[in-house]
Design a protein around this ligand. Structure first.
Ligand SMILES: [Zn+2]
Length: 95
């Protein structure tokens, strides 16, 4: 007899462009390519446009920056102001 297990609602899962690990949307920062082709940090997670997700940790931000992972994913350039914004969202305080 096959029993169907209850299906708990799950948070949408996205992949970090830096470490390629899947994580819930809440653990990742979304960067979106706006209608004018410029990348910006999407704090609401609901902005229209092509989005890429990255962990807001220094390790993943650094990897994404080095590999130009966000640029490649969004197919646009990511300006220094976007990186500054991403660093501000960094939730891991390091000494
Ligand atoms: Zn990551």
């Amino acid at each position: 007899m096959a029993r169907s297990l209850p299906n708990p609602p799950r948070e949408p899962v996205r992949t970090c462009v830096a470490c390629r690990q899947e994580a819930g949307k809440g653990a990742l920062v979304r960067v979106v390519r706006g209608p004018d082709g410029t990348a910006m940090v999407d704090r609401t997670g609901a902005a229209p446009g092509r989005g890429a997700y990255v962990h807001s940790t220094s390790a993943c931000l650094e990897t994404a920056r080095k590999r130009r992972a966000l640029e490649r994913s969004l197919k646009t350039s990511v300006g220094p102001e976007v990186w500054a914004e991403l660093v501000k969202t960094n939730t891991q305080v390091e000494q």
